[in-house]
Design a protein around this ligand. Sequence first.
Ligand SMILES: Cc1cc2nc3c(=O)[nH]c(=O)nc-3n(C[C@H](O)[C@H](O)[C@H](O)COP(=O)(O)OP(=O)(O)OC[C@H]3O[C@@H](n4cnc5c(N)ncnc54)[C@H](O)[C@@H]3O)c2cc1C
Length: 184
Amino acid sequence: MKNRHGTPFEHAAMTFYIEAPIFVFREFHRHRIGWSYNEVSGRYRELDPVFYVPHSERPLMQIGKPGHYEFVAGSDDLFRLMEDCHRSTCEDAYTYYKMMLDKGVAKEVARMSLPVGIYSAMYATCNPRSLMSFLSLRTKHEDSTFPSYPMREIEMVAEQMEWLFSHHFPLTYQSFCENGRVAP
Ligand SMILES: Cc1cc2nc3c(=O)[nH]c(=O)nc-3n(C[C@H](O)[C@H](O)[C@H](O)COP(=O)(O)OP(=O)(O)OC[C@H]3O[C@@H](n4cnc5c(N)ncnc54)[C@H](O)[C@@H]3O)c2cc1C
């Protein structure tokens, strides 16, 4: 690991079933190398009314300069405003989606008005090397040689994947952590 001899870590596979909002999948699918994806089709299946609304502990405000942003908590009023806006937007969008389906509009057309906060589901298969590359970018960790500042929602997914990785590949995981969380 420390010499970045990476190919030995390409000979195992993990398949994750992941449910997350579409805006998280947009970031996820940027990870191209050593990954295979299959996602639920909104063209062929009616989408369920499951939407992401941030939790009250999710930092709301972005301060600082581009590249050095910090995210800090907002006031209770700001949280309520954000929550109300998300909820009513999602409810309205889903009402129109259903109305279009009921009138005979195709699923692939009706879905165009749904927001990116709607949940999707996918299988994602990778090898330990590609997973370490993903974890190094999509988690924020004080031991990282190269710190990353991921969006909190993809980090929440990455943390669960990391937990599974640590249980199924304990030696590789230990070596990853001991070597600055740099993918070999
Ligand atoms: C904090 C953060 C902010 C980001 N902000 C933005 C943004 O503002 N806009 C945006 O568009 N994206 C953004 N991204 C996405 C980022 O640019 C990458 O697309 C994403 O992190 C996937 O990383 P990757 O290309 O290393 O992964 P993979 O595609 O899995 O590639 C893995 C590794 O393979 C090698 N590789 C892959 N493809 C090539 C290639 N074509 N040529 C040479 N080597 C290759 C590289 O070594 C690469 O690290 C951001 C990512 C993070 C973590």
